[in-house]
Design a protein around this ligand. Structure first.
Ligand code: SOE
Length: 377
């Protein structure tokens, strides 16, 4: 196996999810490459050291610039907050590194385009961790659509619902709540959650041609996490709903909020075609709903496919049939695809250009909401 030295920048939720993937990927997938967890970088030395010790990163460095310049580093993995993606990924591209970047690609499409140009100039492989493409049931939905089993698509229906910001006492900013600070996140649910939905939708049925949207910020002021007592205006979209028309002719609805009491991470979509439909909900991640009109009339009905057999996407790499896999495995599957692509020289994961297409839609959605009109892409 060829070794690939990895540097990870950031140690939050995604830092942990990616670290777990680097640790396990060669245990489950037969690959030509083996990632070596060389160095972890973040600003706060004590927390960084604890993170590195827990996950097995060999070294730490609080200066990401020094890390990115190291000649022994092959891959730079960016898990830092969104407002740092541009600077870190640009430096990594200039240093000729392979880049794996968390979603969304950037703060907005202007930044995203600069990153697409930077990786094009470097010519090195790159990917963005839209991990939900690697949920076996979502990959199976894609297979069913690609096999033509649902036929011409009329409708795409999507919602991504959470409830963790309902309390007005949740502060904003700092290490853990930067997603609520627009200057760090770029946007609210649009960039954070709808980016997943848009990526999945365009992967399934092609590009989005136009959007009309509405957004809301329910809690207008919050206390700063790092400066208790100081209150600031909340600028992110707490909720967003948009209509879309796909270039292929399908119409769509997308909804996202962090104010759906009881919904923790409901990432749902349904696709209705001429011959059939598929439906998926991340809260029952090992199941895929499938309806086919091809069945004989008296047998017609929604099937609930348990996606845990070895002929389902990814599942031959995991346990015996009937043993489902979970959230963390989607990152391992994504990494396995990426490493497989590096070995074969083929693109296997959403790359910066794909993520930029999503970023452009996110920008158009926010513009449509601001200007209360349809925006063409
Ligand atoms: C937000 O709560 C969040 O962690 C997103 O940032 C992730 O991308 C999503 O997968 C789960 O929810």
């Amino acid at each position: 196996m060829k070794q690939l030295n990895v540097a990870i920048i950031g140690y939050g939720f995604m830092g942990r999810a990616h670290s777990n993937a680097y640790r396990k990927v060669n245990n489950f997938f037969d690959l030509a490459y083996q990632p070596v967890m060389k160095v972890a970088s973040a600003r706060q030395a004590d927390q960084l050291d604890a993170f590195a010790a827990n996950w097995g990163w060999q070294e730490t460095d609080t200066d990401w610039r020094r890390v990115v310049e190291r000649p022994d580093i092959d891959v730079v993995d960016i898990c830092a907050p969104n407002n740092m993606h541009l600077e870190i990924a640009s430096a990594a591209a200039a240093a000729g590194k392979i880049i794996a970047c968390e979603k969304p690609l950037a703060m907005d499409a202007a930044e995203g385009q600069r990153l697409v140009d930077a990786v094009a100039a470097s010519g090195k492989p790159n990917m963005v961790w839209f991990n939900y493409r690697r949920v076996p049931a979502i990959a199976l939905a894609k297979q069913i659509v690609d096999e033509g089993r649902i036929g011409r698509v009329f409708h795409y229906r999507s919602r991504y619902l959470q409830d963790w910001t309902i309390s007005a006492d949740v502060p904003l900013g700092g290490n853990t709540l930067w997603r609520l600070d627009k200057s760090v996140s770029g946007s609210g649910v649009t960039g954070d959650l709808l980016a997943h939905s848009i990526d999945t939708a365009m992967w399934m049925i092609g590009p989005i041609a136009s959007v009309a949207a509405t957004t809301e910020t329910f809690i207008k002021e919050r206390e700063l996490q790092d400066d208790p007592g100081k209150r600031v205006t909340v600028e992110i979209d707490d909720a967003c709903a948009f209509l879309a028309r796909f270039a292929g002719g399908a119409m769509a609805t997308f909804e996202s909020t962090r104010y759906a009491r009881g919904r923790k991470n409901e990432n749902y979509f349904e696709i209705n075609g001429e011959k059939g439909s598929v439906a998926f909900n991340l809260e029952n991640a090992h199941e895929l709903g499938y309806f086919t009109h091809d069945d004989e009339g008296h047998l017609r009905g929604w099937r609930n496919i348990q996606v845990w057999d070895s002929d389902h996407p990814y599942m031959e790499h995991w346990w015996v049939p009937g043993c489902s896999i979970g959230y963390e495995h989607t990152f391992i599957n994504a990494l396995a695809d990426f490493l497989g692509g590096l070995a074969s020289g083929t693109k296997t994961c959403p790359d910066f250009a794909d993520a930029q297409a999503t970023q452009v839609v996110c920008d158009a959605v926010l513009q449509a909401a601001d200007e209360r009109r349809w925006v063409d892409l």
